[in-house]
Design a protein around this ligand. Structure first.
Ligand SMILES: C[S@@+](CC[C@H](N)C(=O)[O-])C[C@H]1O[C@@H](n2cnc3c(N)ncnc32)[C@H](O)[C@@H]1O
Length: 241
């Protein structure tokens, strides 16, 4: 499928494109995420878990869980928690299921992050690796997360961060296109497959706008940890009590 600008502006088209894209790359996702991040993806995810402030979450929702890195790390750290892992791609979820051990309390559901199969105010913690850029409708997604969190519950999202400075963003865009395009060309003869990362960031809010969107959705204590010269960020936020 050819990536078009309209894929980013229509939630339905973005959902269809993402379903196609992530099913295409599901088999290689585990290795390519390490290659593209120079092996740092695992470390960022561990850091997300390490810096959570919730103590004993009963229910955790991992949004756009993919092959389940965060779900599995969460289940290891919080062995008594129930974890619900949702994703749009059946192939990604299949890989997650294969990785699960009997002691991992992870339930896997095929679902859209903008239409979560979760009751109001039932989660102590919501996480997401690279979900913010991929959500068909970012504002709608943030409201849904707010809605499913218990008062006092925490959310934590790892994703690329867009520089507020337009020159820095241009540099970031070119670097990501070259790096992603190279791997897309090599593995799929299609630079857009991983060039998608750069394109999706182009229409993503910058770091300040993202914080404003989170506050507008009702969250408080929005705090960001940055990595890789500010190109990657983990955003933590809380639903007020
Ligand atoms: C870059 S992968 C990240 C996977 C995993 N969270 C991680 O950090 O490794 C993005 C994931 O988002 C999923 N995704 C994209 N759009 C989605 C949607 N609307 N609802 C649920 N999952 C979605 C894809 O299927 C894919 O597994």
């Amino acid at each position: 499928m050819k990536l078009k600008v309209e894929h980013f502006y229509s939630p339905d088209k973005k959902r269809i494109y993402n379903q196609w894209l992530f099913s295409l790359i599901a088999a290689e996702y585990g290795s390519i995420s390490q290659i593209l991040s120079f092996g740092m993806d695992r470390y960022w995810k561990q850091d997300l878990i390490k810096n959570l402030s919730v103590l004993e979450p009963v229910v955790i929702l991992d949004c756009a869980c993919g092959t389940g890195d965060l779900s599995i790390m969460l289940s290891t750290k919080f062995s008594t928690s129930k974890i619900l892992a949702i994703d749009l791609s059946h192939k990604m979820l299949k890989r997650l299921v294969h990785r699960l051990k009997p002691f991992h309390a992870v339930s896997v559901v095929l679902a859209d992050v903008c239409n979560m199969p979760v009751p109001h105010s039932c989660c102590d913690l919501v996480t997401g690796g690279y979900v913010l850029r991929n959500a068909p409708d970012l504002k709608g997604f943030l409201f849904s997360v707010y809605n499913v969190l218990k008062p006092g519950g925490q959310a934590a999202f790892l994703d690329f961060s867009k520089y507020s400075n337009s020159l820095l963003h241009q540099i970031q865009y070119v670097l990501l296109w070259i790096w992603g395009g190279f791997w897309g060309l090599l593995l799929h003869r299609n630079p857009q497959v991983y060039g998608y990362i750069a394109e999706s960031l182009k229409v993503f809010p910058d770091e300040k706008m993202l914080e404003t969107l989170m506050i507008d959705a009702g969250f408080e204590s929005v705090a960001t940890r940055k990595y890789l010269f500010g190109m990657i960020a983990i955003v933590f936020c809380r639903k007020p009590i």
